[in-house]
Design a protein around this ligand. Sequence first.
Ligand SMILES: NC(=O)c1ccc[n+]([C@@H]2O[C@H](COP(=O)([O-])OP(=O)(O)OC[C@H]3O[C@@H](n4cnc5c(N)ncnc54)[C@H](OP(=O)(O)O)[C@@H]3O)[C@@H](O)[C@H]2O)c1
Length: 225
Amino acid sequence: MGFALARVLVAAGEDVTIAGRSVDRLDVARAELEQAGHGRVHIRRADIGQEADVAALFTGDRQVDHVVVTAADATGVYGPTARLAADAARHVLNTKLLGAWLVGKYAAGTVTESLTFTSGINAYRPNGSNTVMAAANGALAALASGLALEMAPVRVNVISPGWVDTPIWDRLGMDKQAAFTDLAKRLPARRTGVADDVAQAFLAVMRNRFVTAAVLHVDGGHRFI
Ligand SMILES: NC(=O)c1ccc[n+]([C@@H]2O[C@H](COP(=O)([O-])OP(=O)(O)OC[C@H]3O[C@@H](n4cnc5c(N)ncnc54)[C@H](OP(=O)(O)O)[C@@H]3O)[C@@H](O)[C@H]2O)c1
């Protein structure tokens, strides 16, 4: 989703910085993005769970218009609570929730227009095997409301995607195709999501200067089935 947003922005000629844990993956992403348009692409290695990494992203006197957080590592966080390792739960809370909070902490004063987090459908449709991820995602709405007050007039929002075909599914060890086909039949939108659906939602909240402390659901109606 982050890559899809970067592609739209670079195609529009914007300067974009992408961050992640692997310089090799960032290099590959940058090379591909540079084919998309004439915007400049910068890469920064950072683990969102590490305070020093997040602080370093925002040091210096450079200002940025918008910050969007999409980082998530869902390794080992799905399954019944009784069987989940506490370290896996701590890891996802540390990255998905506290990582977002760290971005708010260190982006303050550097970001001038908006900060957007990415939560997810499981906050609104817990299913007995995603409880800790649901908790992290649900808490992002409260985090955004609090930061929207603290960082005003910078606007702070959340995009909550439904099921979207991205690489995150490849690591979950399930039959993605069958699950997506089944869900598409039941969703009010009659299809599952693609990364560009979410990229367009990021752009909508980035651009709309009256939207703050909001959660925008981009889920094809998944909350109601
Ligand atoms: N896809 C869906 O169906 C879906 C549904 C609901 C919610 N979401 C949420 O949407 C967001 C984007 O997901 P996606 O589907 O685009 O996933 P993705 O394709 O796996 O992308 C996640 C990105 O996060 C980076 N990342 C992971 N851990 C990180 C860390 N500790 N520090 C910095 N970067 C980190 C990864 O890069 P590196 O591994 O190189 O660091 C990767 O670029 C996530 O928050 C996810 O929970 C997704």
